[in-house]
Design a protein around this ligand. Structure first.
Ligand code: FES
Length: 127
């Protein structure tokens, strides 16, 4: 499918942080998720059409790790409870399905396993 609509995969890099005395200890789970997604996305066919963008927080902190799919004229999805190593390929697979749908609709049965249970929001498009 060819589309000119811009898409973004948001990844929270603060999720699953360990804090001590107000400072983060080591690398957060969200940062690990972002790094692994970026590595895998180097060979992803939608790499240029569906950029990955780091964000500091999407206010779903108790459901880490958290990602979101957004695009003009499509539903916006927020997913949580993602375990880093179990969800990398699933996130890109689900993003590809989202990209292919005109309205972005991702029914439960079509989502890969790691993104079936952790859905936190499905927000209508502006149009
Ligand atoms: S820390 Fe990740 S959503 Fe808030």
């Amino acid at each position: 499918m060819v589309t000119s609509v811009s898409h973004t995969l948001f990844v929270c890099t603060t999720c699953a942080s360990v804090w001590q005395d107000g400072k983060r200890i080591g690398e957060s789970g969200g940062q690990k998720l972002l790094n692994k997604l970026q590595n895998l996305a180097e060979n992803w066919e939608l790499r240029d059409q569906f950029p990955i963008q780091a964000v500091e927080c999407m206010s779903a902190c108790n459901r880490s790790c958290v990602v979101a799919f957004a695009a003009e004229g499509k539903l916006t999805y927020l997913f949580g409870d993602l375990v880093v190593d179990d969800s990398i390929s699933a996130v890109l697979e689900c993003a590809s399905k989202y990209y292919a749908k005109e309205n972005g609709l991702l029914p439960w049965s079509e989502r890969p396993e790691p993104l079936k249970k952790g859905i936190l929001a499905k927000i209508p498009s502006l149009s």
